[in-house]
Design a protein around this ligand. Structure first.
Ligand code: HEM
Length: 448
């Protein structure tokens, strides 16, 4: 059999490879590479021999059909493990399989129904904090709101996240992952005495303590008998799971959810508010749907009716996918689109590039929620993996339905009460661990 070729790619410099080109503007770099070199591009980034794949059928093969040959990328995963331990997002093999089966029921529709009420109550509290004409920073607002919703869903509503310092700690421990700190944190070991890294480490320890304490309290209350029997929060489900989990395992899962379960949804909502502020026609249509459908506060039943609201969220995740790329690492030498990709390389599946690819989207840069309406048949023949904001295959996002329901209910609650007046011009974004706005998303709320 003939030896397969290494895929083409941009020429790099000795030692740094293509890092300097990538670092200048990673999104533009990825788009340019895909346009110039085709379905598989080889470059070197931060010392990793990288292969970016933009052929939807090959992406499907990697994530779904041959997922076992493509485990998660080891280095990226180890970094994450330092934060969340061995939870669902980082574990592999039997441990992952067991945990996924044990946790999956918490995301069945009957539980999402329960969480819907939390989502609306917390959105109403956010709304009550706003004052007409007083500017708020939407990323902060959405981060706080989605964290409140998540903590209620995980631990029940009786945990006071402010009092326990959970909100501040989550914020501090995510700071090193924001764009302005990224170039430093990529290279700095975590014992480097930079103030924000020190704070992040302290915050991490604090979160560990808090989560341990909450688990401990819950176990003690249960052992004293009867109480808490009818709780349906995530923690109760893990404590009741058929496969018995150690407290340490439960803690790692809780840390995983604190990490994976709110920031992405907060980002998605933040980008949605930005897009609505630039597209008044879409904002009007959204409000018209809300006025027509809602009878008082939004409910889970409304979510099934709110087609345009759902379309707005989907279209926002197309243009600004919070998970802007998915990383894998072939367990053996493999062939992708006819090229040789060596064992151990970094395989990048860039949602950002696919979601804006002119081969699959008319007018790809335009915000057009109508694309997603069930009545729109003109856009149904695109390959499945031209759009994959939640990944695919066995490791797809377990919180997919939770996130979609949450985004719609938050949007429905807030947009039916307020219009938001944008206080800045352009939106700059940067692909850090997740896709982040570099601009402060300042908006002045006005009652409708
Ligand atoms: C808009 C919001 C969200 C986006 C865009 C998103 C995106 C993703 C993606 C792309 C993956 C797959 C990563 C990979 O294959 O390497 C993933 C996995 C995961 N997500 Fe989400 N997510 C969101 C919300 C949530 C929520 C609300 C939760 C929990 C409440 C959650 C929990 C997880 C977990 C635990 C995994 C790992 C699953 C596994 O490996 O078995 N996510 N997410």
């Amino acid at each position: 059999m003939a030896t397969k070729q290494t895929p083409p790619g941009p020429r790099g410099l000795p030692l740094v490879g293509n890092t300097h080109q990538w670092a200048r503007d990673p999104n533009a770099f990825r788009e340019r590479c895909a346009a110039e070199y085709g379905p598989v591009v080889n470059y070197e980034m931060l010392g990793w021999d990288t292969y970016m794949v933009t052929d939807p059928s090959e992406i499907e093969r990697i994530l779904v059909a041959e997922s076992e040959r493509f485990p998660k990328h080891d280095d990226s995963n180890s970094e994450l493990k330092q934060i969340v331990g061995d939870g669902l997002i980082t574990s592999e093999g039997d441990l992952w399989q067991r945990q996924r089966e044990a946790i999956q029921p918490a995301f069945y529709m009957d539980h999402i129904r329960e969480y819907a009420d939390i989502m609306v109550s917390r959105s109403e509290e956010t709304s009550a904090r706003w004052t007409a004409g007083e500017t708020v920073e939407m990323r902060e607002e959405m981060t706080r709101l989605t964290l409140e919703i998540l903590v209620d869903a995980m631990f029940g509503r009786d945990i006071d996240i402010a009092e326990r310092g959970i909100y501040d700690a989550v914020e501090a421990f995510q700071k090193p992952m924001q764009p302005k700190y990224q170039p430093i944190t990529f290279f700095a070991p975590d014992w480097t005495p930079l103030p924000f890294l020190r704070r992040a480490n302290r915050a991490h320890d604090h979160l560990h303590e808090q989560v341990d304490d909450i688990i401990d309290q819950r176990r003690t209350r249960r052992e004293r008998g009867g109480q808490d029997a009818d709780r349906d929060d995530l923690l109760s489900m893990l404590l009741d799971a058929d496969t018995e989990m150690s407290d340490e395992q439960i803690r790692d899962e809780m840390m995983t959810f604190l990490f994976a379960g709110h920031e992405t949804t907060a980002l998605s909502l933040t980008f949605t508010w930005d897009l609505l502020s630039r597209n008044p026609g879409a904002a009007d249509r959204l409000r018209a749907e809300l006025d027509e459908t809602l009878d008082g506060r939004p409910t889970i039943e409304d979510v099934f009716e709110l087609d345009y609201t759902e379309a707005v969220v989907r279209e926002s995740m197309r243009l600004y996918p919070p998970a802007h790329e998915i990383r894998r690492q072939p367990a053996d030498d493999v062939e992708i689109a006819g090229y040789r990709v060596p064992k151990g390389a970094l395989v990048v599946l860039p949602t950002w590039v696919l979601h804006r690819d002119g081969r699959y989207w008319d007018d790809p840069e335009a915000f057009r929620p109508e694309r997603w309406l069930p009545t729109n048949e003109s856009e149904t023949d695109r390959p499945e993996f031209a759009y994959f904001p939640f990944g695919g295959g066995p490791r797809h996002c377990i919180g997919h339905r939770f996130a979609m329901t949450e985004a719609q209910l938050v949007l429905a609650t807030l947009a039916s009460e307020w219009t938001l007046d944008r206080q800045y011009d352009d939106l700059a974004v940067a692909p850090a661990v997740t896709l982040q706005p570099k601009t402060d998303i300042e908006m002045a709320p006005h009652p409708r």
